[in-house]
Design a protein around this ligand. Structure first.
Ligand code: NAD
Ligand code: DAU
Length: 339
């Protein structure tokens, strides 16, 4: 049986990042009666431009860190839900320097659930399918809500840790919480460190795209707008204490995605470089979202990957002012790592 929750005044942590800002747009476009307070530290991955046009009566921005307990004591009372996106989110960065991942993903989540418990605020935790580790290429199985946790990277182990904290706060303290674990997102406003935007902006700048390892690793792609509608559905209809997996049947290997990008951008399909593999590189992710679809009736709308990819390519072509400031430093970092 589903439960119904009608939020009026929510905090969105990480609402200036790729997926969090899409969720803020989703709320503004679909629920004009819901007030949103965005709490974001504006790290290298946060960009106020993502939500600037929305700031006003419905959307307020607070520049701050989720690890700041005093700030949370001032901010959280009076809100009825926290939707928690803020995180260090990039695997390669976590391999080079894990410490900020421990701080934000583990301590930050701990501070938020303590505040949610203290002020009796509902909590939705946005997490990743990477907590389940990886699947073999020839395994017919997909991840379900019952798959055991087996994270591989510093990033995914800190996300797994944060999930476990949220689950323990439900069982021990009765925190009103839900968790979602989603697969790889794509779409506009994604940082140029990530696979798809890195390759698109490389091609625009005349740099050859870079493919890790043998290129056969599989990711299960979902458009970020579908992730946002799923999170809203879980927040408002999900059962307390439950985990829901979010995915849209988008399994593709990296080589195929890169060839799609090259074709869409009018390049020869071999115009890329093979580079050193990521240490511990997960082989395959695949989501079974039956629970979310049957229990809560959610459906993805971006079911044609090629058309979503074309739209994404066009956005990066049209918005160089958004990504150019981060591009040179990102590529310098990759070059130093041999990638
Ligand atoms: P992102 O890196 O684009 O954005 C992260 C945001 O969090 C930024 O705005 C940053 O400024 C903010 N932030 C970081 N540390 C903070 C702190 N200590 N205090 C306050 N704000 C802080 O990340 P994303 O790709 O949008 O991912 C958002 C969430 O979704 C993460 O929790 C991630 O684990 C999860 N997720 C991502 C994907 C994906 O494909 N990108 C898939 C599944 C789940
Ligand atoms: O599955 C959900 C996860 O998806 C999220 O939790 C993470 O926050 C998000 O970053 C993403 O993790 P990945 O590590 O899968 O994404 P990334 O974009 O870094 O890489 C996607 C695949 O592409 C992966 O197999 C590594 C490969 N890759 C990546 C880069 C940057 C390349 O081959 N070349 C590259 O230049």
């Amino acid at each position: 049986m589903t439960e119904s929750f009608t939020p009026k005044n929510i905090i969105v942590t990480g609402g200036c990042g790729f997926i969090g800002s899409d969720f803020v747009h989703y709320v503004v476009n679909n629920h004009p009666d819901v007030h949103v307070t965005v709490l974001d530290a504006l790290t290298y991955a946060g960009n106020l431009e993502n939500i600037k046009p929305l700031l006003g009566d419905q959307v307020e921005f607070v520049h701050g860190n989720i690890c700041d307990a005093q700030l949370l004591d001032e901010l959280v009372p009076g809100h009825d839900a926290i939707v928690h996106y803020a995180a260090e989110s990039h695997n390669d960065n976590s391999i080079a320097d894990p410490e900020p991942f421990l701080k934000t993903n583990v301590e930050g989540t701990f501070r938020l659930i303590e505040a949610a418990r203290k002020y009796d605020v509902r909590f939705h935790h946005v997490s990743t399918d990477e907590v389940y580790g990886d699947l073999a290429l020839d395994d017919p199985a997909k991840f379900t809500e019952e798959t055991p946790y087996r994270p591989s990277s510093p990033y995914s182990s800190t996300k797994a840790s944060s999930d476990l904290l949220v689950r323990a706060w439900f069982r021990t303290y009765g925190l009103r919480m839900t968790i979602s674990n989603c697969s790889n997102n794509y779409g506009p406003y994604q940082h140029v460190e990530k696979f798809i935007p890195r390759q698109i902006t490389n091609i625009i700048e005349g740099i050859r795209p870079k493919l890790y390892g043998d290129g056969l690793n599989v990711r299960d792609w979902i458009h970020t707008e579908d992730h946002s509608s799923a999170v809203w559905t879980i927040l408002t209809q999900g059962r307390l204490g439950e985990t829901y997996l979010i995915g849209a049947n988008g399994e593709r290997n990296n080589l195929t995605v890169l060839k799609d990008i090259l074709r869409v951008m009018g390049q020869p399909e071999d115009a890329f470089d093979w580079v050193k593999d990521r240490p511990g590189h997960d082989r395959r992710y695949a989501i079974d979202s039956t629970k979310l679809q049957t229990e809560l009736g959610w459906r993805p709308t971006h079911t044609n990957f090629e058309s979503g990819l074309r739209q994404t390519v066009q956005w990066y072509v049209d918005n160089p002012q958004w990504w150019e400031p981060a591009k040179a430093a990102t590529e310098a970092k990759y070059k130093a790592q041999g990638q």
